[in-house]
Every structure is written in structure tokens, then in C-alpha cells.
Design a protein around this ligand. Structure first.
Ligand code: ADP
Length: 540
């Protein structure tokens, strides 16, 4: 347009210039004014240029002349409204040909702007509605999947670890990853639970199968756990005791006192407690403990049955005292006579008499030591079950034993009768069984009156062979019967010693019967005689 305009101006065809300005004004709401550099108006959209003022002083004209372009908003004297002007210079060979000025009324601009704002607000509103609908749709879909995941997690927390997520193609990457993370977590939880369960089973097994009695008490003195051994040691009902106060379950005052003191002690304590009512001696160990994340003190009680151990200890002490006592008598006697012999000038007769006593006491010492050695050897056999038994004739053993004792019986005027079928065989050690039978016959002779009879016999009953030695001697009072096989147990010590007894004979018999897998028994009545028997496994 500016090319045509430039041409018209150069050719000074101002009428065409004015027509063009008017034409442009009709096509738009913009007023176009063409002004010469001296301020004279040559064309205007709405007015006759001839009648218009010189525009040289207009701000926008001045600005355009000095800078090439100019703008202003001001009241138009021509249009009688507030207008916004914009003008620029039209040049030819660096010479200003004219100033082209466009103007629009401010209200038109405001109106246009208002429309633009209106469209903008409408667009934004439409966009917001659209975004809201899309977000609602997406969030609905996500929240539905999240609810499913929540239900899945709930099932996991209820202990069902087997479930798998169903993934849809429409699931977002985040949802799929989250689902996989939950699946992963469930798998790991399952694995951990398995390990924990296994450990718990192991602990329970150890706890329940321990020989020691174990009791776990909480800080409130209530029973948390108790193993079978503890319940059976104190004869308590295990299933009914858990959760009860310890004093409701344990009725033993001394044990309750121990528990009280263990609770207030900072260190583990232990004690031997004898319970007379049930004839038991317990070793009790109490260890206070603090469960993790708690400052309350609980207690672990370990109970060991020391009854047998204490009895064994008592027996061992008694045995040592008995052995010392048994050895001391002959040794003191020997010592006394040797001193007499060395210190005094004695007649041949007296010397012989003393030497005979010394010899007798030495023999006695020898017998005691032989018997003790036999006993310890037999004990070793029973501990290691190392005795070899063979299928042998019982009759032969009895013949051997009787022949050893025959002389002695004769001295005492006692008739020794043996009865045993040849066919009786047993699993035995001939040497030991013979020693046992000799001991029994020897006792029968020792504790019988002259002129009586001692029967030695053996018979088979089911899969057992019973060897019997029966006398009509002095017999044994009922009160002694249960103790007669104990070491050094003698009813009449004087008589036993006089007869050369050590007090170990029956104890040896008992051990020999045991290493043959049998038992030694006695039946007796005071004044009527005794019957001793040894059982063993029958042979073929
Ligand atoms: P001892 O060496 O004293 O005979 P034993 O162990 O052989 O020791 O016997 C223990 C005690 O049993 C004897 O001291 C005796 O009092 C009693 N006794 C053993 N056998 C008989 C028996 N046949 N008749 C009566 N009393 C017996």
C-alpha cells in the first residue's frame, strides 16, 4: 500500500491519496491521515483535508519526524473523542515524503480488548472444565486401582501372601511399579515369616525337650512359658498354668521366696532347695532379664533335679567313710601287735600268738581289698556293658562253687546238697557267676547252725534261669531285707567279722547278677532261714 501511496504523492495526485485514505477507513475502523512534513493534511479518512488544521504540532507527528515513528493518546479536536494515534514517516531517498498517521478511538480499543478478554476467559474456562473432566477420569481410574491395591495390601497384612496383581494395559508405569513393589514386599514378608516360624519351632523344640525345668515369668509375676520338664518335676498342670500368677501355680514356699529374691537381684542367683513333701532336692537358677524395648524385669528360672546326684554324693561319702573304718580296724590291730612285738621281750608262745593275730588281720585286709577291687571291676563292666557272656552250663558253675565250699561246710558240719538239671544253660560268665554262688553258699554256712542243710539249685522259668541258695540258718529280720545288698551293711557286725566277713559279699552278688542282666533277691524269715536267688538270661 505504501508503494502506491508513495507513487501518488510523488506524482502529487492528492485526490487519489485522499480516496485511498477514505477507502482504508471504510475497510477498517481505523482512521488514516496523510500529512506533509510541513503539517499540511493531504488526506483523511473522515474529513476533508482542505478544511483541516495544520497538524505540525501534533505530538505523534513531531515524534515521527524526529524518530521515524510516534504515538500518543489524546483528545481529538477533529473527532471530538479520545483517540490513540500511531504515525510513521514515508521517505524517498532519505527525504520525508509524508507522515502516515493511523488513529483509533480509545473506546474502540477498549471494546476490542474487552472482547479479547471475554474470549480469553471463555477459552480458559473451557480449558479448566476440560482439564477437570480429564483429571477426574484419570484420578478415578488411579483411585480404583489404588483401592484394589489397598485391598491387596490388607489381605497381605491378614497373612495371605499368595496373591498376584492383575495388571491392565491401561495401568500407568507408576501403578505397575507400585503393584510389583507390593508383590515383592509380600514375597519378602513370606520368606521372613517362614524363617521366623522355623526359628520359633526350633526354639520351642529346644525349650520343650530340655531335661532342665524352664520357667519364664513376666514382670507382673505371671507365667509366660513353662516346659514339660518343669511341670513334671513339680507335678504341675502345664496347659492350665500359662498366664497365671506364679504363686497360684507353685505352692512351694521356699521356691517362691527364691523367685522373689531373684526378681530383686541384679545378677543371676542359684540355690539348692530340698522339698521334703516330695522328697526331692532341686538346684534352682534364677536369671532376671529385660525384654527388648522395655525396662520391666522378667525372670528365667532353671530347675535341675539333684536328688539322685545328692544321694550318690551321700553314698560316696558314706562309702569312703565305711572303707576307711573297715581298713582302720585291722590296721590298728596289726600296728598294735607289731609294736608289742618290737618293744617287749616276749616268750615264743606269746610271739606266735601275736603273729597269728597279725596274719589273720592281714588276711582280713587282703579280703577287703580283694572285694573292693572286685566291686570296682564289676561297676566298670556295668558302666561300659563290656562283660562278654557265653552260652554255658549252669550245672558246671554250681559244681565248681560247691566244690570250693565243700571243705568249709564239712568243718561246720553242714550238709551241702546240689540239684541242677544238666540241660540248664545260661548266658553267663562262669568265673563271676561261680564267685557269686560261692559268696551265697559261704554266707549260708556262716549264718547257719551246725548240722543243718544248705541247698544249691538252679531251675529254668520261661526265658530265665534262677540260681538259688537256701539255708535253714538264723534268717534275716524284715527290717533289714531292703538294705542287705548295700555295701558294708551287716546285721551283726561282730558275728560277720568273727566269720571273716567283709560286708561286701552280697553287694558283689548284686553287681554280678546285674552284669548278667538279672537281679539278686532274698526271701527270709528270722530264725527259719533264708533263700537267696540270682536270675540270668537262659541259654540254649
Ligand atoms: P558279710 O561279709 O558280713 O557276710 P555280706 O554282704 O555277705 O557280708 O552279708 C551282709 C550281711 O547279711 C551279713 O553281715 C549278715 O548279717 C547278713 N546275711 C547274709 N547272708 C545271710 C544268710 N544266709 N543268713 C542270714 N544272714 C545273712
Amino acid at each position: 500500500m505504501s508503494v502506491i501511496l508513495r507513487e501518488y504523492i510523488i506524482k502529487e495526485n492528492f485526490k487519489e491519496v485522499d480516496r485511498l485514505a477514505k477507502q482504508l477507513g471504510l475497510d477498517s475502523t481505523t482512521r488514516v491521515t496523510i500529512i506533509f512534513p510541513n503539517g499540511k493534511v493531504i488526506a483523511d479518512t473522515y474529513n476533508d483535508p482542505e478544511r483541516m488544521d495544520n497538524h505540525i504540532n501534533r505530538i505523534e507527528v513531531q515524534e515521527a519526524l524526529s524518530k521515524g515513528t510516534g504515538t500518543s493518546i489524546r483528545y481529538s479536536n477533529t473527532m471530538k473523542v479520545e483517540m490513540m494515534y500511531a504515525s510513521y514517516v514515508l521517505t524517498e531517498n532519505n527525504k520525508v515524503l509524508a507522515i502516515i498517521r493511523t488513529s483509533v478511538s480509545a473506546s474502540t480499543i477498549k471494546e476490542t480488548l474487552f472482547h479479547i478478554y471475554l474470549q480469553l476467559i471463555g477459552g480458559v474456562f473451557l480449558l479448566i472444565v476440560l482439564i477437570t473432566i480429564i483429571s477426574l477420569y484419570i484420578s478415578k481410574r488411579i483411585s480404583r486401582r489404588l483401592v484394589e491395591m489397598k485391598q491387596q495390601s490388607q489381605r497381605i497384612s491378614d497373612g495371605d501372601f499368595s496373591l498376584k496383581f492383575q495388571f491392565n494395559d491401561s495401568d500407568s508405569v507408576e501403578i505397575a511399579e507400585m503393584g510389583r513393589a507390593i508383590e515383592n514386599m509380600a514375597e519378602q514378608l513370606l520368606e521372613r515369616f517362614r524363617i521366623i516360624e522355623l526359628q520359633k519351632e526350633e526354639q520351642d523344640m529346644v525349650f520343650s525337650s530340655m531335661m532342665e525345668g524352664l520357667l519364664v515369668i513376666g514382670h507382673d509375676k505371671r507365667i509366660i512359658n513353662m516346659n514339660k520338664s518343669f511341670a513334671s518335676l513339680l507335678d504341675i498342670n502345664l496347659s492350665r498354668s500359662i498366664g497365671l500368677d506364679v504363686s497360684e501355680v507353685i505352692k512351694i514356699e521356699s521356691l517362691l521366696e527364691f523367685i522373689e529374691s531373684a526378681f530383686v537381684s541384679n545378677v543371676p542367683i542359684e540355690k539348692d532347695i530340698e522339698i521334703l513333701r516330695i522328697r526331692k532336692i532341686f538346684h534352682v537358677y534364677g536369671k532376671p532379664f529385660k525384654p527388648e524395648n522395655s525396662n520391666k524385669i522378667g525372670m528365667l528360672l532353671v530347675l535341675n533335679d539333684y536328688t539322685r546326684l545328692k544321694h550318690l554324693e551321700r553314698h560316696r561319702k558314706e562309702f569312703v567313710a565305711n572303707v576307711s573304718h573297715e581298713l582302720k580296724t585291722p590296721i590298728t590291730s596289726i600296728k598294735g601287735f607289731v609294736e608289742t612285738l618290737t618293744q617287749n621281750a616276749l616268750s615264743k608262745e606269746e610271739t606266735d600268738k601275736f603273729l597269728t593275730i597279725i596274719l589273720r588281720q592281714s588276711n582280713r585286709l587282703n579280703s577287703i581289698i580283694d572285694d573292693l577291687l572286685s566291686l570296682s571291676e564289676l561297676e566298670r563292666y556295668s558302666e561300659t556293658s563290656g562283660l562278654q557272656l557265653e552260652n554255658a552250663s549252669v550245672r558246671n558253675v554250681l559244681i565248681g562253687a560247691v566244690s570250693i565250699c565243700r571243705e568249709r561246710a564239712k568243718d561246720m558240719n553242714i550238709d551241702l546238697i546240689m540239684e541242677c538239671d544238666e540241660a540248664i544253660y545260661g548266658y553267663l560268665n562262669s568265673h563271676l557267676l561261680e564267685q557269686a554262688v560261692v559268696n551265697l553258699i559261704d554266707n549260708a554256712i556262716k549264718y547257719s547252725e551246725q548240722g543243718t542243710v544248705v541247698h544249691v539249685s538252679a531251675y529254668k522259668i520261661s526265658n530265665k534261669v534262677v540260681v538259688q541258695v537256701k539255708d535253714n540258718g538264723i534268717g534275716i529280720g524284715f527290717e533289714h531285707l531292703s538294705r542287705i545288698f548295700e555295701r558294708f551293711y551287716r546285721i551283726d557286725k561282730g558275728r560277720s567279722r568273727k566269720m571273716g566277713g567283709t560286708g561286701l559279699g552280697l553287694s558283689i552278688v548284686k553287681h554280678i547278677a546285674e552284669v548278667h542282666g538279672g537281679i539278686a533277691k532274698v526271701e527270709s524269715e528270722l530264725g527259719k532261714g533264708s533263700t537267696f536267688s540270682i536270675s540270668l538270661r537262659a541259654g540254649e
